[in-house]
Design a protein around this ligand. Structure first.
Ligand SMILES: NC(=O)c1ccc[n+]([C@@H]2O[C@H](COP(=O)([O-])OP(=O)(O)OC[C@H]3O[C@@H](n4cnc5c(N)ncnc54)[C@H](O)[C@@H]3O)[C@@H](O)[C@H]2O)c1
Length: 251
């Protein structure tokens, strides 16, 4: 890999995004860690720098066009042209359809779809200029349908169509776009779901694991491993794909 490549990871303050940022740094990328949680990304960037890597952590709301433009420009100035983008920032606002508010709907679609659109529109300027790029979008097994998640399922299915279209439009510039669709990954997001349904996280994970063919829930590193491959030089002929990382298909 060219040592100077720069990656941006959104939602890098914790969970999957933080693990992907650490992994890309150890793969040799300079990493811009972006998140609403400024303390989280600053800490993540400091840890990468302490390990001898290059990184910057910046606060950002991915659904705010002005902030996206300013922050991507800042990362480019501090680290160099960002040519890898991991659209990972996400939220859930679960409710059955009849209880779901417009706010629940709008906030989830805004972070996942509007946020990924704004980030990608900004980063593709550098990718098309450099004639090389990698985009990885976080979808979910919920894209196939999940009770209590009409908003999230719609957003995560939307991420798949978004990804395939990016692959078609940007391929001629040497840019690939793929989606990772995780199953159950143990993070604060799934811990919050456990709390909401009134279960301990340990019991919730055990119940989930019993339904997964490999009999365990996933870790953020399981996702980071696949992201690492998709952004590598060797993955240049893989584009427009959705990779399910879920311990096997639904039984
Ligand atoms: N955990 C799972 O089981 C699972 C499964 C499938 C898909 N995913 C997806 O993977 C991604 C990461 O999930 P996670 O489990 O690490 O979640 P998480 O809640 O632990 O972390 C998400 C991060 O995104 C940040 N974020 C939220 N809204 C933002 C915004 N508007 N701008 C910038 N940052 C924002 C949060 O501050 C947080 O640090 C999400 O897109 C999620 O939907 C997770």
């Amino acid at each position: 890999m060219t040592a100077s490549r720069v990656a941006i990871v959104t939602g890098a303050g914790r969970g999957i995004g933080a693990a992907v940022a650490r992994r890309l740094a150890s793969d040799g990328f300079a990493v811009g860690l972006l998140d609403l949680d400024e303390a989280g990304v600053k800490q993540g960037a400091e840890a990468i720098v302490a390990d001898g890597g290059r990184a910057v952590g910046v606060a950002l709301d991915v659904s705010d066009a002005g902030q996206v433009e300013a922050v991507v420009t800042r990362v480019a100035e501090e680290l160099g042209a960002p040519t890898v983008l991991i659209n990972n920032a996400g939220i859930t606002r679960d409710n059955l359809l009849f209880k779901m508010t417009e706010q629940d709907w709008d906030s989830v679609l805004n972070v996942h779809l509007r946020g990924s659109f704004l980030m990608t529109r900004e980063v593709q300027k550098y990718q098309t200029q450099e004639k090389w790029g990698r985009i990885v979008n976080l979808s979910s097994t919920s894209a196939l349908g999940n009770r209590g998640q009409v908003n999230y399922a719609a957003a995560k299915a939307g991420m798949q169509g978004f990804t395939k279209t990016l692959a078609i439009e940007l391929g001629k510039f040497g840019v690939t776009a793929n989606a990772i669709a995780p199953g159950f990954i143990a993070t604060d997001m799934t811990a919050a779901t456990a709390e909401r349904v009134g279960m301990s996280f340990e019991d919730f994970k055990a119940a989930a694991a019993s339904q997964i063919p490999v009999q365990r829930v996933g870790t953020p590193e399981d996702i980071a491993n696949v992201a690492s491959f998709l952004v590598s030089e060797g993955a240049g002929f893989v584009s427009g794909q959705v990779i399910y990382v879920a311990g096997g298909p639904k039984d």
